[in-house]
Ligand binder design. Structure first.
Ligand SMILES: Nc1ncnc2c1ncn2[C@@H]1O[C@H](COP(=O)(O)OP(=O)(O)OP(=O)(O)O)[C@@H](O)[C@H]1O
Ligand SMILES: [Mg+2]
Length: 133
């Protein structure tokens, strides 16, 4: 198990991405709480890709090394991009009748969060990591 890629094209794919992230985190040794945090973050990012870009991809990989267990997830789409990232990262900002909680909530659930966006490409990379005991 080094990486999996899930195409996000329909609502059920969000569930697949969520389950795959949880499963990889579990296999790497993350506790249930971490599995759930990662799964929740990923489903928000996948939901955004579907809602605002009509779809995208979710790539989940094992980025562990000797001393650290680490799972990295990249959610990417070819949609219009995010015009104002600072606003988009603020709780309550939405252009889609949502709560505006997906992006800031995701960021708060994981240990690393990076967002790059331009018209035609948006990529959110998140990671969860724990030192091995
Ligand atoms: N992949 C994306 N492509 C284009 N715009 C996006 C993307 N993801 C987020 N956005 C923009 O950022 C805003 C904030 O996203 P966020 O997920 O935080 O909230 P939301 O989707 O509006 O509501 P919620 O996720 O709480 O239901 C969105 O309303 C949208 O304008
Ligand atoms: Mg959202």
């Amino acid at each position: 198990m080094s990486s999996v890629r899930i195409e996000i094209q329909a609502p059920e794919d969000i569930i697949s991405a969520r389950q795959a992230a949880r499963e990889i985190a579990r296999k790497l040794g993350f506790k249930l709480a971490d599995q759930t945090r990662l799964a929740t973050a990923i489903s928000e990012l996948a939901r955004n890709a579907l809602q605002y870009a009509g779809g995208g991809t979710c790539s989940i990989s094992d980025a562990s090394d000797e001393g650290t267990m680490k799972v990295r997830v990249e959610v990417e789409d070819q949609g219009p991009g995010i015009a104002d990232v600072e606003k988009a990262m603020t709780y309550g900002f939405t252009t889609g009748n949502g709560l505006g909680a997906g992006l800031p909530g995701s960021r708060s659930l994981v240990h690393e969060f990076q967002l790059t966006t331009s018209p035609g490409n948006t990529r959110v990379t998140v990671a969860m990591m724990r030192r091995r005991l």
